[in-house]
Design a protein around this ligand. Structure first.
Ligand code: SAH
Length: 251
């Protein structure tokens, strides 16, 4: 069996119980070395074969999987965060499909929720935003033009921007155009849940300067929106005058 496993955002305890168990039992582990904490590998059994996918092509990864399955070995493909977000797992799954090889996908804690937990906020506040946009700026990998940051910003939804901190200037420029103002709160979370995590708070008007001062150019979440600072309405769910299936009105 091949298991695609989400390793979580960094801290080694933020993998799921299921993911950890699969890691302990695996004969072969192919991990994304540039982003997955090496500490996870300490849970692998002795003699397990480890491959860092950073230096491998898609075909090489699939070949390791194919040979391992032929030898009846258990394979874990360890991805950072949650494998279904910017994980490039679809192309692996499609090749496995074409070869008739079975697999499963185990979710993980994505860096966008880890970053929001680190700043101790909630993306969804009743009258502020009930929507979270996960996106990135285009770089070497294109983004469909309908999803340009400027048009997404027009929704004023809470945003978590991946893979973009190295382009903070362009990110800010597009967001300011979309929002039509530059006083929107922003938090940049570098290496959420790692030992060297760093958090910067600011607004669209000054966050670029702060990011550049700290030389942050990789592994950061850019969180944007009024959920970070400002007023909000209390949740109806816990409002004493609001009844629902599990609680009748007080008094
Ligand atoms: N599947 C991963 C995302 C992989 S893309 C997930 O669910 O989190 C890699 C991008 O994720 C990085 O460029 C960065 O924007 C973000 N990222 C990954 N780990 C992070 C962390 N610990 N803190 C902040 N951002 C992180």
């Amino acid at each position: 069996m091949i298991s695609f496993v989400g390793a979580g955002p960094g801290n080694v305890d933020l993998i799921t119980v299921k993911g950890r168990r699969l890691l302990e039992e695996a004969d072969v582990i192919i991990y994304a070395g540039s982003l997955v904490s090496k500490e996870h590998l300490e849970f692998c059994k002795e003699g397990a074969k480890l491959y860092d996918s950073a230096s491998m092509t898609l075909e090489e990864v699939i070949e390791v999987m194919e040979i391992s399955i032929r030898d009846n070995l258990k394979v874990v493909r360890l991805h950072t965060g949650d494998p279904t977000i910017y994980g490039a797992i679809r192309e692996q799954m499609d090749l496995l499909n074409s070869k008739g090889i079975g697999y499963e996908v185990i979710p993980g804690v994505s860096s966008f929720t880890a970053a929001c937990a680190s700043i101790k906020r909630e993306f969804t506040l009743p009258d502020v935003s009930q929507t979270v946009i996960l996106t990135r700026i285009e770089g070497r990998t294109p983004v469909p033009k309908e999803e340009d940051l400027e048009s997404l910003a027009k929704h004023k939804a809470s945003m978590a921007i991946f893979l973009s901190v190295q382009e903070i200037g362009r990110v800010v420029e597009k967001l300011v155009k979309g929002y039509g103002r530059d006083d929107i709160p922003v938090a940049v979370v570098y290496k959420a849940t790692w030992e060297d995590e760093d958090i910067l708070f600011g607004t669209l008007s000054n966050i670029e300067e702060k990011v550049k001062e700290k030389n942050i150019n990789k592994m950061a979440q850019i969180l944007v929106g009024n959920f970070i600072e400002g007023e909000y309405e209390r949740s109806k769910l816990y409002d004493p005058s609001f009844t629902h299936k599990f609680r009748s009105a007080s008094q």
